[in-house]
Design a protein around this ligand. Structure first.
Ligand SMILES: *Cc1c(COP(=O)(O)O)cnc(C)c1O
Length: 227
């Protein structure tokens, strides 16, 4: 049952925040809805969920139109540069900015709306080639370039560790992202304020919260396995 799953996830979020001495309201629950039909999304909205994450622009476009106003949509997948023009109109936050071409195109398309587009920078801490994200070494130089793009607003960092059956194994990756955020903040790059850490999914969100996550992206624990 969806309502029970939502309650259970919210309880686990609160308990993880408590363990870490954090206020549970500092952790936002994003429902990852790739492959989840609109009827289920509406049901989730009726139970109080407000933030949804999609991985594919085409799929998101249709769903966002059907669902209508009143909720927030984030983009959490890999964004192709040629989809930037749609992304700046559809989403409240893009979690996966990781290259300069995309930054320039998002800035240009956001200026045309016009709007300031909030983004997170995705960092690839494992070096896995099938995943998006910048190498940690590339983060500072990248931020210095993005900082001067007037229609982008960098809000934080995102990461996706490798899959581990034991969530404890993901902890060092979450800790590293938090350290990177601290290190980067201490550089005081003009226009860059990192406040959000988007990390943690069904298998590891409690560990992510213990390590400082402010947004957890959860699909399976809410909606069941994807087919
Ligand atoms: C699908 C997805 C999630 C949610 O994964 P679950 O393991 O089902 O909770 C989170 N983040 C990203 C980027 C995803 O693609």
């Amino acid at each position: 049952m969806l309502s029970e799953n939502i309650d259970a996830v919210q309880k686990r979020i609160s308990e993880a925040a408590d363990r870490a001495g954090r206020d549970p309201s500092t952790v936002k629950l994003l429902a990852a809805t790739k492959a989840v039909p609109v009827a289920r999304i509406r049901e989730a909205i009726s139970y109080g969920l407000k933030v949804f994450g999609e991985n594919y622009v085409q799929e998101a476009r249709a769903k966002i139109e059907e669902v209508g106003p009143g909720v927030s949509w984030h983009f959490i997948g890999r964004l192709q540069t040629n989809k930037a023009k749609y992304a700046v109109r559809l989403f409240d936050l893009i979690h996966s900015l990781d290259n300069e071409d995309l930054a320039i195109e998002l800035n240009r398309r956001a200026a045309a709306v016009p709007r300031i587009m909030p983004v997170l920078i995705e960092v690839n801490l494992s070096g896995e080639e099938n995943k998006g994200g910048l190498a940690p070494d590339a983060l500072l130089p990248f931020l210095e370039k993005v900082a001067v793009l007037p229609n982008l607003s960098v809000r934080g960092l995102m990461t996706m560790p490798p899959f581990f059956a034991d969530p404890e194994k993901a902890r060092p990756y979450f800790r590293r992202l938090e350290e990177l955020e601290e290190e980067t903040q201490s550089r005081k790059i003009p226009n860059i304020r990192l406040e959000e850490l988007s990390m943690g999914m069904t298998g590891d969100f409690e560990v992510a919260i213990e390590e400082g996550a402010t947004i957890v992206r959860i699909g399976t624990a809410l909606f069941g396995p994807r087919r």
